[in-house]
Ligand binder design. Structure first.
Ligand code: S0N
Length: 273
Protein backbone atom coordinates (compact mmCIF):
# COMPACT_ATOMS: atom_id res chain seq x y z
CA UNK A 1 0.00 0.00 0.00
CA UNK A 2 1.13 3.60 -0.48
CA UNK A 3 0.34 6.94 1.07
CA UNK A 4 1.82 9.20 -1.57
CA UNK A 5 0.07 12.49 -2.32
CA UNK A 6 -0.33 12.65 -6.11
CA UNK A 7 -1.57 16.03 -7.31
CA UNK A 8 -3.75 16.42 -10.39
CA UNK A 9 -2.00 18.01 -13.35
CA UNK A 10 -5.09 18.30 -15.55
CA UNK A 11 -8.66 16.99 -15.47
CA UNK A 12 -9.82 14.76 -18.34
CA UNK A 13 -12.84 12.60 -19.15
CA UNK A 14 -11.20 9.18 -19.67
CA UNK A 15 -7.81 9.47 -17.99
CA UNK A 16 -6.35 10.63 -14.70
CA UNK A 17 -3.19 12.69 -14.98
CA UNK A 18 -1.27 13.35 -11.80
CA UNK A 19 2.16 14.18 -10.46
CA UNK A 20 4.43 13.17 -7.60
CA UNK A 21 8.04 14.19 -7.08
CA UNK A 22 9.11 14.45 -10.75
CA UNK A 23 6.87 11.60 -11.91
CA UNK A 24 3.80 12.15 -14.12
CA UNK A 25 1.26 9.32 -14.06
CA UNK A 26 -1.28 8.75 -16.82
CA UNK A 27 -4.04 6.35 -15.73
CA UNK A 28 -6.59 5.03 -18.21
CA UNK A 29 -9.73 5.40 -16.11
CA UNK A 30 -12.31 3.13 -17.74
CA UNK A 31 -12.28 0.11 -15.37
CA UNK A 32 -15.86 -0.76 -16.39
CA UNK A 33 -14.42 -1.76 -19.80
CA UNK A 34 -11.12 -3.16 -18.49
CA UNK A 35 -9.60 0.22 -19.43
CA UNK A 36 -10.28 -0.19 -23.15
CA UNK A 37 -9.51 3.00 -25.05
CA UNK A 38 -11.68 5.12 -27.35
CA UNK A 39 -10.45 8.02 -29.51
CA UNK A 40 -11.31 10.30 -26.56
CA UNK A 41 -8.99 8.26 -24.34
CA UNK A 42 -6.11 8.25 -26.80
CA UNK A 43 -6.62 11.95 -27.61
CA UNK A 44 -6.37 12.75 -23.91
CA UNK A 45 -3.29 10.53 -23.54
CA UNK A 46 -1.67 12.39 -26.43
CA UNK A 47 -2.39 15.71 -24.74
CA UNK A 48 -1.00 14.48 -21.41
CA UNK A 49 2.14 13.13 -23.13
CA UNK A 50 2.58 16.49 -24.87
CA UNK A 51 2.53 18.15 -21.44
CA UNK A 52 5.00 15.55 -20.11
CA UNK A 53 7.37 16.46 -22.94
CA UNK A 54 7.04 20.22 -22.38
CA UNK A 55 7.27 20.41 -18.58
CA UNK A 56 10.84 20.30 -17.31
CA UNK A 57 9.79 19.34 -13.77
CA UNK A 58 8.48 16.05 -15.19
CA UNK A 59 11.39 13.59 -15.41
CA UNK A 60 9.69 10.20 -15.74
CA UNK A 61 6.27 9.20 -17.13
CA UNK A 62 4.23 6.27 -15.81
CA UNK A 63 1.33 4.74 -17.74
CA UNK A 64 -1.18 2.51 -15.98
CA UNK A 65 -4.83 1.53 -15.73
CA UNK A 66 -7.38 2.17 -13.00
CA UNK A 67 -8.28 -0.62 -10.57
CA UNK A 68 -6.80 -4.05 -9.99
CA UNK A 69 -8.07 -5.92 -13.06
CA UNK A 70 -6.62 -4.30 -16.15
CA UNK A 71 -3.80 -2.17 -17.45
CA UNK A 72 -5.61 -1.82 -20.77
CA UNK A 73 -7.70 -4.18 -22.91
CA UNK A 74 -7.02 -2.38 -26.19
CA UNK A 75 -9.46 -0.61 -28.49
CA UNK A 76 -13.03 -0.32 -27.16
CA UNK A 77 -14.95 -2.81 -29.28
CA UNK A 78 -18.21 -0.91 -28.64
CA UNK A 79 -17.02 2.00 -30.76
CA UNK A 80 -15.11 0.08 -33.40
CA UNK A 81 -16.54 0.90 -36.79
CA UNK A 82 -15.39 0.54 -40.34
CA UNK A 83 -11.99 2.20 -40.70
CA UNK A 84 -11.28 2.68 -37.00
CA UNK A 85 -12.68 3.63 -33.63
CA UNK A 86 -15.51 6.15 -33.87
CA UNK A 87 -15.89 9.00 -31.40
CA UNK A 88 -18.51 11.73 -30.88
CA UNK A 89 -17.58 13.40 -34.18
CA UNK A 90 -18.43 10.22 -36.12
CA UNK A 91 -14.96 9.99 -37.72
CA UNK A 92 -13.11 6.63 -37.52
CA UNK A 93 -9.60 6.91 -36.07
CA UNK A 94 -6.61 4.70 -35.21
CA UNK A 95 -5.23 7.34 -32.91
CA UNK A 96 -3.52 4.96 -30.49
CA UNK A 97 -0.75 4.90 -33.12
CA UNK A 98 -0.02 8.56 -32.28
CA UNK A 99 0.22 7.65 -28.60
CA UNK A 100 2.68 4.84 -29.41
CA UNK A 101 4.88 7.25 -31.38
CA UNK A 102 4.80 9.82 -28.57
CA UNK A 103 5.82 7.23 -25.97
CA UNK A 104 8.76 6.26 -28.13
CA UNK A 105 9.90 9.76 -28.96
CA UNK A 106 9.39 11.59 -25.66
CA UNK A 107 12.96 12.22 -24.42
CA UNK A 108 12.21 10.87 -20.94
CA UNK A 109 11.83 7.34 -19.58
CA UNK A 110 8.30 5.92 -19.77
CA UNK A 111 7.37 3.07 -17.42
CA UNK A 112 4.34 0.82 -17.98
CA UNK A 113 2.89 -0.03 -14.56
CA UNK A 114 1.02 -3.19 -15.57
CA UNK A 115 -1.62 -3.82 -12.95
CA UNK A 116 -3.74 -6.53 -14.63
CA UNK A 117 -4.69 -7.48 -18.20
CA UNK A 118 -2.51 -5.98 -20.92
CA UNK A 119 -4.37 -7.27 -23.94
CA UNK A 120 -4.61 -6.36 -27.65
CA UNK A 121 -3.77 -2.71 -28.25
CA UNK A 122 -3.29 -2.51 -24.46
CA UNK A 123 -0.50 -5.04 -24.74
CA UNK A 124 1.14 -2.98 -27.48
CA UNK A 125 0.92 0.05 -25.21
CA UNK A 126 3.14 -1.59 -22.57
CA UNK A 127 5.45 -3.03 -25.27
CA UNK A 128 6.30 0.45 -26.57
CA UNK A 129 7.07 1.79 -23.08
CA UNK A 130 10.77 1.87 -22.14
CA UNK A 131 10.29 -0.30 -19.07
CA UNK A 132 7.45 -2.55 -17.87
CA UNK A 133 6.89 -3.42 -14.24
CA UNK A 134 4.04 -5.83 -13.61
CA UNK A 135 2.01 -7.02 -10.66
CA UNK A 136 1.72 -10.77 -10.09
CA UNK A 137 -1.87 -10.76 -11.40
CA UNK A 138 -0.89 -9.24 -14.76
CA UNK A 139 -1.87 -11.15 -17.92
CA UNK A 140 -0.38 -10.44 -21.34
CA UNK A 141 -1.48 -11.24 -24.86
CA UNK A 142 -2.57 -10.19 -28.33
CA UNK A 143 -6.10 -10.93 -29.55
CA UNK A 144 -6.12 -9.31 -32.98
CA UNK A 145 -6.46 -12.35 -35.26
CA UNK A 146 -9.28 -13.62 -32.99
CA UNK A 147 -11.28 -10.37 -32.91
CA UNK A 148 -10.57 -8.92 -36.35
CA UNK A 149 -7.60 -6.62 -35.95
CA UNK A 150 -3.79 -6.57 -35.89
CA UNK A 151 -0.90 -4.23 -35.22
CA UNK A 152 1.83 -4.85 -37.79
CA UNK A 153 3.83 -1.84 -36.58
CA UNK A 154 5.57 -1.54 -33.22
CA UNK A 155 3.11 -4.14 -31.91
CA UNK A 156 4.78 -6.83 -33.98
CA UNK A 157 8.24 -5.65 -35.12
CA UNK A 158 9.29 -4.14 -31.82
CA UNK A 159 7.68 -7.03 -29.94
CA UNK A 160 9.87 -9.40 -31.98
CA UNK A 161 12.97 -7.38 -31.05
CA UNK A 162 12.06 -7.94 -27.41
CA UNK A 163 10.97 -11.59 -27.31
CA UNK A 164 12.41 -12.91 -30.61
CA UNK A 165 10.74 -13.75 -33.90
CA UNK A 166 9.45 -17.21 -32.98
CA UNK A 167 7.86 -16.05 -29.75
CA UNK A 168 6.35 -12.94 -31.36
CA UNK A 169 4.75 -15.13 -34.05
CA UNK A 170 3.44 -17.45 -31.35
CA UNK A 171 1.96 -14.52 -29.41
CA UNK A 172 0.18 -13.16 -32.50
CA UNK A 173 -0.74 -16.39 -34.32
CA UNK A 174 -2.10 -18.28 -31.30
CA UNK A 175 -3.56 -15.35 -29.31
CA UNK A 176 -2.72 -17.06 -26.01
CA UNK A 177 -2.52 -15.33 -22.66
CA UNK A 178 0.69 -15.35 -20.59
CA UNK A 179 1.02 -14.78 -16.88
CA UNK A 180 3.44 -12.34 -15.29
CA UNK A 181 6.08 -14.98 -14.60
CA UNK A 182 6.00 -16.16 -18.23
CA UNK A 183 6.26 -12.54 -19.37
CA UNK A 184 9.30 -12.06 -17.14
CA UNK A 185 10.94 -15.20 -18.50
CA UNK A 186 10.55 -14.02 -22.11
CA UNK A 187 11.96 -10.56 -21.30
CA UNK A 188 8.63 -8.87 -21.93
CA UNK A 189 8.68 -7.17 -18.50
CA UNK A 190 11.51 -5.96 -16.31
CA UNK A 191 10.16 -7.02 -12.94
CA UNK A 192 7.15 -8.68 -11.28
CA UNK A 193 6.00 -7.71 -7.79
CA UNK A 194 2.93 -8.35 -5.63
CA UNK A 195 0.04 -6.04 -6.54
CA UNK A 196 0.32 -4.08 -3.28
CA UNK A 197 3.97 -3.25 -3.99
CA UNK A 198 3.52 -2.19 -7.61
CA UNK A 199 3.39 1.56 -7.12
CA UNK A 200 6.30 1.53 -4.65
CA UNK A 201 8.43 -0.45 -7.07
CA UNK A 202 7.63 1.84 -9.99
CA UNK A 203 8.34 4.98 -7.94
CA UNK A 204 11.63 3.45 -6.77
CA UNK A 205 12.71 2.75 -10.38
CA UNK A 206 11.68 6.27 -11.38
CA UNK A 207 13.56 7.83 -8.46
CA UNK A 208 16.68 5.83 -9.31
CA UNK A 209 16.57 7.12 -12.90
CA UNK A 210 15.99 10.66 -11.64
CA UNK A 211 19.35 10.54 -9.84
CA UNK A 212 21.01 10.00 -13.23
CA UNK A 213 21.84 12.52 -15.94
CA UNK A 214 18.62 13.34 -17.84
CA UNK A 215 20.61 14.18 -20.97
CA UNK A 216 22.41 10.83 -20.81
CA UNK A 217 19.06 9.03 -20.46
CA UNK A 218 17.64 11.06 -23.34
CA UNK A 219 20.56 10.23 -25.63
CA UNK A 220 20.58 6.53 -24.79
CA UNK A 221 16.80 6.31 -25.41
CA UNK A 222 17.26 8.04 -28.77
CA UNK A 223 20.16 5.74 -29.61
CA UNK A 224 18.27 2.57 -28.72
CA UNK A 225 15.31 3.78 -30.80
CA UNK A 226 17.47 4.89 -33.75
CA UNK A 227 18.89 1.42 -34.20
CA UNK A 228 15.36 0.17 -34.85
CA UNK A 229 13.40 3.11 -36.22
CA UNK A 230 15.22 3.82 -39.50
CA UNK A 231 15.29 7.41 -40.71
CA UNK A 232 12.68 8.51 -38.16
CA UNK A 233 14.92 7.18 -35.39
CA UNK A 234 18.02 8.81 -36.85
CA UNK A 235 16.09 12.08 -37.15
CA UNK A 236 15.36 12.01 -33.40
CA UNK A 237 18.95 11.20 -32.48
CA UNK A 238 20.21 13.85 -34.91
CA UNK A 239 17.80 16.38 -33.40
CA UNK A 240 19.29 15.71 -29.99
CA UNK A 241 22.80 16.10 -31.41
CA UNK A 242 21.75 19.44 -32.93
CA UNK A 243 20.32 20.58 -29.59
CA UNK A 244 23.64 19.75 -27.88
CA UNK A 245 25.61 21.49 -30.66
CA UNK A 246 23.50 24.65 -30.24
CA UNK A 247 24.65 24.70 -26.61
CA UNK A 248 28.31 25.03 -27.66
CA UNK A 249 30.33 28.25 -28.08
CA UNK A 250 31.26 27.01 -31.57
CA UNK A 251 27.63 27.09 -32.72
CA UNK A 252 27.07 30.43 -31.00
CA UNK A 253 30.04 31.87 -32.92
CA UNK A 254 28.40 30.99 -36.24
CA UNK A 255 25.16 32.73 -35.35
CA UNK A 256 26.90 35.72 -33.73
CA UNK A 257 29.18 36.27 -36.73
CA UNK A 258 26.16 36.29 -39.04
CA UNK A 259 24.33 38.83 -36.89
CA UNK A 260 27.47 41.02 -36.57
CA UNK A 261 28.13 40.76 -40.35
CA UNK A 262 31.67 39.41 -39.86
CA UNK A 263 33.52 36.24 -40.77
CA UNK A 264 33.12 33.54 -38.12
CA UNK A 265 36.27 32.52 -36.25
CA UNK A 266 35.84 28.76 -35.87
CA UNK A 267 39.63 28.26 -35.56
CA UNK A 268 39.48 29.19 -31.86
CA UNK A 269 37.61 25.95 -31.02
CA UNK A 270 39.40 22.66 -30.34
CA UNK A 271 39.04 19.75 -32.74
CA UNK A 272 39.07 16.85 -30.33
CA UNK A 273 40.52 13.60 -31.74
C1 S0N B 1 -9.44 -8.17 -21.10
C2 S0N B 1 -10.26 -9.45 -20.87
C3 S0N B 1 -9.34 -10.68 -21.07
C4 S0N B 1 -10.76 -9.43 -19.42
O1 S0N B 1 -11.61 -10.54 -19.17
P1 S0N B 1 -12.54 -10.55 -17.87
O2 S0N B 1 -11.77 -10.13 -16.66
O3 S0N B 1 -13.21 -11.89 -17.84
O4 S0N B 1 -13.63 -9.38 -18.07
P2 S0N B 1 -14.80 -9.31 -19.14
O5 S0N B 1 -16.06 -9.78 -18.49
O6 S0N B 1 -14.44 -9.91 -20.42
O7 S0N B 1 -14.87 -7.73 -19.35
C5 S0N B 1 -15.50 -6.87 -18.42
C6 S0N B 1 -16.30 -5.88 -19.21
O8 S0N B 1 -15.38 -5.10 -19.96
C7 S0N B 1 -15.75 -5.16 -21.33
N1 S0N B 1 -14.53 -5.08 -22.15
C8 S0N B 1 -13.38 -5.72 -21.96
N2 S0N B 1 -12.52 -5.43 -22.93
C9 S0N B 1 -13.15 -4.59 -23.77
C10 S0N B 1 -12.80 -3.95 -24.98
N3 S0N B 1 -11.56 -4.07 -25.53
N4 S0N B 1 -13.72 -3.17 -25.57
C11 S0N B 1 -14.92 -3.00 -25.03
N5 S0N B 1 -15.34 -3.59 -23.89
C12 S0N B 1 -14.45 -4.37 -23.28
C13 S0N B 1 -16.44 -6.51 -21.48
O9 S0N B 1 -17.23 -6.52 -22.64
C14 S0N B 1 -17.22 -6.58 -20.22
O10 S0N B 1 -18.39 -5.79 -20.35
P3 S0N B 1 -19.81 -6.36 -19.84
O11 S0N B 1 -19.70 -6.40 -18.35
O12 S0N B 1 -20.80 -5.37 -20.33
O13 S0N B 1 -19.98 -7.72 -20.45
C15 S0N B 1 -11.46 -9.56 -21.82
O14 S0N B 1 -12.39 -8.58 -21.47
C16 S0N B 1 -11.09 -9.39 -23.26
O15 S0N B 1 -10.60 -10.32 -23.89
N6 S0N B 1 -11.35 -8.18 -23.80
C17 S0N B 1 -11.23 -7.89 -25.21
C18 S0N B 1 -9.76 -7.74 -25.58
C19 S0N B 1 -9.65 -7.34 -27.03
O16 S0N B 1 -9.91 -8.15 -27.90
N7 S0N B 1 -9.29 -6.06 -27.27
C20 S0N B 1 -9.30 -5.46 -28.56
C21 S0N B 1 -8.08 -5.90 -29.38
N8 S0N B 1 -7.91 -5.03 -30.49
C22 S0N B 1 -7.32 -3.89 -30.34
O17 S0N B 1 -6.87 -3.47 -29.29
C23 S0N B 1 -7.18 -3.09 -31.57
C24 S0N B 1 -5.75 -2.90 -31.99
C25 S0N B 1 -5.40 -1.47 -32.03
O18 S0N B 1 -5.63 -0.81 -31.08
C26 S0N B 1 -4.73 -0.91 -33.24
C27 S0N B 1 -3.71 -1.60 -33.84
C28 S0N B 1 -3.02 -1.05 -34.91
C29 S0N B 1 -3.39 0.16 -35.41
C30 S0N B 1 -4.40 0.88 -34.76
C31 S0N B 1 -5.10 0.31 -33.71
C32 S0N B 1 -6.21 1.04 -33.11
O19 S0N B 1 -7.20 0.39 -32.86
O20 S0N B 1 -6.17 2.26 -32.91
Amino acid sequence: MTNREWTTIREYEDILFDFYNGIARITINRPRYRNAFTPTTTGEMSDALRICREESDISVVVITGAGDKAFCSGGDQNVKGKGGYIDKDGIPRLSVLDVQKQIRSIPKPVIAMVNGYAIGGGHVLHVVCDLSIASENAIFGQTGPRVGSFDAGFGSSYLARIVGQKKAREIWFLCRQYNAQEALEMGLVNKVVPFGQLENEVVEWAETMMQHSPLALRMIKAGLNAELDGQAGIQELAGDATMLYYLTDEAQEGKQAFLEKRKPNFKQFPKLP
